[in-house]
Design a protein around this ligand. Sequence first.
Ligand code: ACO
Length: 323
Amino acid sequence: QSKSKITAIGTCVPERVLSNADLERMVDTSDEWIVQRTGMRERRIAAPDEYVSDLAIKAVRDMVDRYGVNVQDADMILVATSTPDYAFPSTASRVQAKLGIASTGALDVNAACAGFVYALQMADGLVTGGMYNKIVVIGAETLSKVTDYTDRTTCVLFGDGAGAVLVERDDSAGEFMASISGTYGEGGIHLYKTSLSEQMEGVELKPGSLVQNGREVYKWAVRNIPEGVRQLLDKAELSAEQVDWFVPHSANLRMIEAICERGLVPLERTLTSVEYRGNTSAASIPLALQLAVDDGRLKAGDVVLLYGFGGGMTYAGSLLRWT
Ligand code: ACO
């Protein structure tokens, strides 16, 4: 059987910073409330004419610049996003065109904040199954475009950004150890953005912007993630002590602390991007990985446990060795 591994990473965030002080001027909130409840200090916001495909291609270009990899012969581009440029064509198709890659498959993956790990698992499956040799996997979001900046319960949370990795076939040194995923679709109502329908199954939905019942999402995540992490470790026959870095979706630092307190990987061995990027949904995990590569914490050979979770409600976790 073929094996796959991540061979490169790159990221991009928009230039504009939205600080807690800025938010204090926009809604009835305070730096103290935001830091205490979420651990967030800043987030980045796309310009009005900057879309998710723009951030995605900048992340790919950053990856190419840093690692000297060639993406022109990629077999497939997978873009995990819940804020695509259009409903269709896919953002992945726009990335293909903007990068000028002559011939490659292109597909968007919508699993909200879990999307990056889902896309990574798909890439690993397509490569290890022998179908393809090289896949560009991108997690990219412009949540600011679907955020209601008069709703203090959501507008303090979200930010924009993108991260890209290259998954390549390497039969001598495959680095994916185990993956899991699962869904609690009944909980989808706790975190949504409507598209066409404003009434479904007799439930009146708030149209337009992202809507979240933060309490319910929090409870679900804190209850279910430790169990999912344990399942993933069992599947890989590893103990929590053998994991160098836990990289959960950067939804909220307090929530991550509560998850870590449940006895798995401790907070000291957790990588996040939440403090200066906010919740960037599908981009949060690659942004956290990049920060740790840049400051030297994440090294080749480290065992990394990625765990995405969010709207759906759905989750996906993968254990791999960083290369
Ligand atoms: N500033 C000041 N006060 C606020 C703010 C704000 N920005 N937002 C809410 N409050 C108030 C509320 O109105 C409420 O006041 P009340 O008691 O007078 O009614 C009080 O603070 C408490 O509100 P809660 O919503 O109960 O606050 P909570 O402690 O639950 O924190 C938060 C809210 C941060 C959203 C938390 O619930 C959370 O992080 N949930 C998880 C979110 C998440 O992980 N999402 C992940 C997926 S994202 C995706 O998939 C796109």
